[in-house]
Design a protein around this ligand. Sequence first.
Ligand code: ZN
Length: 173
Amino acid sequence: MAVRDIRILGDSALRVRCSEVESIDDEVRQLVDDLLDTMYAADGVGLAAPQVGIPLRVFVFDVREPEVESGVLINPRFVEAGGTIRDTEGCLSIPGLNETVERYAEVVVEGLDRDGREIRIEATDLLSRCLQHENDHLDGILFIDRLSPLKRKLLLNKWAKMDESEKRSAGAF
Ligand code: ZN
């Protein structure tokens, strides 16, 4: 178990299209455990493997609501998506920046757990948003890519001028 460094915007690791995990071995299980440690240490609610520089289709999530499941998804596939919601979103890789992003309201995702078993997650609200944000990371997509070019430019200018002490993202993905 270890906390790994979270890659920050500008790092090419965040722009890679990640590969499927071919077999869940000790290395992958270690990655899962480290992602969980790193997510909790950063006070985040989700974290994807490319955010720690590993180009594999793996992410962890915990929206910190007792009735909502938490865990890991390996090789996730979205099998259903419907409705739209608009809410504020932040990213552990762009700390300090938050903006409203439109997402599907409800999603159903299938994939593998840490032991390689097939799992299916039906998600709404924050978990739905989190799963979509993490899945984007696996394709090298960041939430700022889902904003208008003007909005993105304004936000990135703001981020560039931010003091390091303001670059915090509790509750981000
Ligand atoms: Zn993120």
